[in-house]
Design a binder for this molecule. Structure first.
Ligand SMILES: *Cc1c(COP(=O)(O)O)cnc(C)c1O
Length: 357
C-alpha cells in the first residue's frame, strides 16, 4: 500500500545544526557558531529552565491544570478571553489548528513568496491548495496591501508575516486592516508575529476587538528562547474561538512546555536583554556588512552576497553557520541570525573577508 498522493507536498528545510556540520567536517562542535535558525543567542529564559527542573517529578500527570494556567496568563497579557488563546505544539502547531478549523478539501490559501514554508505545508496536510503573492527584491522586499491584492483570488486564508521571515520587513496595522477589509468575508487573515517582540510596532491583536476575520500567531521559540520545547499559540476572534475544542489534539502542549512557558512569560528581564541585544546586533550588521542588507524588524538580517550556497559553504569552513536562502527562492541571499556581540562581530568580519576574496 501507499500513503495518499503526496506529490505536491514539500519537506521542511531546517537551518543546519552545529553537531551535524561539525560531524560532516570532522571538527570539534565547540569551534562553531550557529546563526541559521533565528534562535535566542542568550539561551532559554533562566526562569523557564528552573521551572522545567521543578516539574520533572510531576510529569506522570496529563497537563490539564498547567495548560489552563498558561492560557489564563496569556489571555490576561493580551486582554482577551481564555478561549481565544489556542495553545499548540509550537507556532507551527497553531497554524495546523487554524487549517483544521478553516479549510474544507480544495480550499486555497495565499502565502508570501519568498516566505515561511510551513504555511503551504500545513495547508496541504489539510487538503488545501497553495497560491502565492510576491514579495519582491526590486521594492527592497517592502510589504503593502498591493502585494497581496496582486494575486488574491478569494482564498480562505491569507498569511501575513510581520515582521517577515526571511526579509525582516513588516506590515503596518493599517495595512492589515486594509487587507482584511478588501478580502472576502470568509477569508481569514493570519498575522504571524513570531518575531513580534523584536519590533516596536503594535501587535495586530488589538484588531480582534472589532474584527472576526483576523487571527494572530505568537511563539515562545524566538524571544523567549524555548524553540526546543515547541510552544506557541494563536489568538483568535471571540466569534469562533470555541472551534479550538473541536480541532485541537488533546493536551496540545506538554506539561513541561506549559510550565516553562508560564515561567518564561513572567521573565521580562530575559526578553528585554534579548531584544536589546538583537537591536544592537542587527544595527551592527547593517552598518558594518559590506553587502546590501535590508532594514529588519526581526532577530536576523538578510544580506545579498552573490552565490549564497558558495558563501554559506565558505563560512561553514570558518566555523560559522548562516542560512542559505536558496530554499526561500533567494539564491543570492543569506539570512544571518542576530548573535551575541562576539558572534555578531565574528560573522561580520568573516563574511566581509569572504566577500572581498
Ligand atoms: C519561527 C517561526 C514560526 C514559529 O515557529 P515555532 O518554533 O513552530 O513556534 C512561525 N512563523 C515564522 C515566520 C517563523 O519564523
Amino acid at each position: 500500500m501507499q500513503p495518499r498522493d503526496l506529490a505536491a507536498h514539500e519537506e521542511y528545510v531546517a537551518g543546519r545544526g552545529i553537531e551535524e556540520v561539525a560531524r560532516e567536517l570532522g571538527r570539534d562542535p565547540g569551534e562553531f557558531v550557529k546563526l541559521a535558525s533565528n534562535e535566542n543567542p542568550l539561551g532559554p529564559s533562566p526562569a523557564g529552565v528552573a521551572a522545567i527542573r521543578d516539574i520533572a517529578d510531576e510529569i506522570h500527570h496529563y497537563p490539564k491544570a498547567v495548560h489552563a494556567d498558561l492560557v489564563a496568563a496569556l489571555a490576561n497579557r493580551w486582554d482577551v478571553a481564555d478561549e481565544q488563546i489556542w495553545l499548540a505544539n509550537g507556532g507551527d502547531g497553531a497554524l495546523d489548528y487554524l487549517g483544521r478549523a478553516m479549510l474544507d478539501p480544495g480550499d486555497a490559501v495565499l502565502v508570501p513568496d519568498p516566505g515561511f514554508a510551513y504555511y503551504g505545508m500545513s495547508a496541504r496536510f489539510h487538503h488545501g491548495t497553495v497560491n502565492t503573492y510576491p514579495v519582491t527584491e526590486a521594492d527592497g522586499f517592502a510589504l503593502s496591501p498591493a502585494n497581496v491584492f496582486e494575486t488574491y483570488d478569494g482564498e480562505r486564508i491569507v498569511y501575513l508575516t510581520s515582521p517577515h521571515n526571511p526579509t525582516g520587513s513588516r506590515f503596518s496595522l493599517e495595512d492589515v486592516t486594509t487587507i482584511a477589509e478588501g478580502t472576502d468575508e470568509e477569508t481569514l487573515v493570519v498575522v504571524d508575529e513570531a518575531y513580534g517582540e523584536f519590533t516596536e510596532a503594535p501587535s495586530a491583536v488589538e484588531l480582534l476587538d472589532d474584527r472576526d476575520d483576523v487571527a494572530v500567531l505568537r511563539t515562545f521559540s524566538k524571544a523567549y528562547g524555548l524553540a526546543g520545547l515547541r510552544l506557541g499559540y494563536a489568538i483568535v476572534p471571540g466569534a469562533w474561538a470555541d472551534a479550538y475544542a473541536k480541532v485541537n489534539t488533546p493536551f496540545a502542549a506538554s506539561a513541561v512546555a506549559c510550565t516553562a512557558g508560564l515561567a518564561a512569560l513572567g521573565d521580562d528581564e530575559h526578553v528585554e536583554k534579548t531584544t536589546d541585544l538583537v537591536r544592537w546586533s542587527r544595527e551592527y550588521m547593517r552598518e558594518r556588512l559590506e553587502a546590501s542588507t535590508y532594514e529588519s524588524h526581526g532577530n536576523f538580517v538578510l544580506a545579498e552576497v552573490g552565490d549564497a550556497s558558495d558563501v554559506t559553504e565558505t563560512l561553514k569552513q570558518r566555523g560559522i553557520i548562516v542560512r542559505d536562502c536558496s530554499s526561500f527562492g533567494l539564491p543570492e541571499h543569506v539570512r544571518i541570525t542576530c548573535g551575541t556581540k562576539r558572534e555578531t562581530k565574528r560573522v561580520v568580519s568573516a563574511l566581509n573577508e569572504v566577500l572581498a576574496e
